[in-house]
Design a protein around this ligand. Sequence first.
Ligand code: ADP
Ligand code: MG
Length: 539
Amino acid sequence: MSTYGIDLGTTYSCIARLDSNGNPEVIRNNEDDSNTVASVVFFENESNVIVGQAAKENVETDGERVVQFVKREIGKRDTRTYEFDGKTYTPVEISALILTRLKNLVEAQGGTIEDVVITVPAYFGLEERSATRQAGELAGLHVLSLINEPTAAALSYCARQFQEDRTILVYDLGGGTFDVTVVKMSMTQNSAGRDVQKITVLATGGDDRLGGKDWDDRLYSHILHACCDENGITPDEVEPETRQDIRSKVEEAKRKLSKKQVAKVRIDVNGSRTEVTIKREDFEQMTSDIVAKTMNFVDATLEKVPDAAIDTVLLVGGSTYMPMIIDAVEAKFPGKVQQHDPDQAVAKGAAIYAGMLVEEVGTPSDNETGDEVHHAEQITSKFTVEDQTPRSFGPGVVDMNGAKHKYVLENFIKIGEKMPAVFTKTYYPLEDNQELVRLRAFENMSADDTLIPCVDEDGNPQATDPAHNVKLLGELIVNLPPNTTRDTPIKVTFKVDASGVHVEAVNTKTGETFETFLRTESDIDVEGSAVHQLRISSD
Ligand code: ADP
Ligand code: MG
């Protein structure tokens, strides 16, 4: 199969496909002897750009030529860019370099790669999603779809243990983010009347600034102080080289402590060799508050679904290799904790989803053997996914109720609703003989039915409640034929799925359809005119 699933992670990325038996398998990164690729890019010089562990090793010595945690920047407005050797790179371009490295893993092993599914955090808004998709395309991949990370993890669990009606809590602790998701699995029938397992997301929570790095930082500071005590110096007297030496050994020491009770680190402290011994119990003590913090997020997420009885807790993310995490979760959910390849589960779920999509459209590639198709079908046709919308979405329209004339955002699809989501409403031109409509689409985080849009009718910015985080996604120009009357119904539809927002407007008198798939900020080309709007029927 040339269909792959990609977990484009904040700190580590992973790529998987379905093997000839239809089971997901990870493509190994032989160069780093690992199942994952560090999401780190080192711009060594004009002609040499390195991605992965070798790039990571330059963080301390050549930090200004290294880019890490780019996922935190992707799709953000007014984001930073990176400059190396006279060339400017956007977060999308940096992400594309990481994806190209994953693509190269496949090709180096003789595989071909075309269609992919890329995973994104459940809380990503439209622009982050679009930017991720763009990065894939820039890397020469055909992005079939995006899927939320916890959903992908649940999918890979589901494929492994096919059980009916279970409520699962996905505890995903990565390098820089922590996500909690409650999903329900139940049996349903698909459109062909076949029994399929349905995965429904019930609640999400977490913190996008909490992860393995917090454990690294604690360990760093512990080792630094131990070095000072041993050498009778204060932290202020520690040379930058020594700090770098500690920094570069912290993650490895942390990983060792997941396997052993004791880890030893040798540090060159201002020229004198110092050995620091760290006991697992001490490491656990110095980080117990961060563990507790993750459990508070678990509680907060469970409060959103008071009726849910958790049957299984799925540990996902490299940081769940730490025994203290397994113990804490086990203490709260005795006998319910499951952990399988926590750093690969998301990529494997994406591979299963990719298989599902290819099967749906029925376009297995030519180089597939019939056998592969047969087996792949067995596993992938068992599922259907129902996610939650990460934001609210709706058009800007004029409310003419009574004497007032107010430009409002009508929230069609609300945050946390079932996804894919579709909503349709009929509006009317503002006046007779209107030539066109500038149908604007907005994203926000409010659950209100209507709110103030971030631009006025003329397209000029206007103040909104910061908590609502209202963003203009773009506009669809709907041309109206001559002599269009103000009672002409214009049917507006918004469709939202994990890949983006599709906006459609149909002139029901002529049947003419206008549509757009809103992708990125660059789509926004707003020229305002108060008369070029639609109105809510005031009957
Ligand atoms: P991402 O955050 O990109 O989704 P992962 O889920 O792979 O990435 O998690 C990466 C984090 O997991 C890093 O902080 C890494 O140090 C940590 N990690 C990986 N393996 C271990 C281990 N054996 N013990 C402790 N931490 C680990
Ligand atoms: Mg992850």
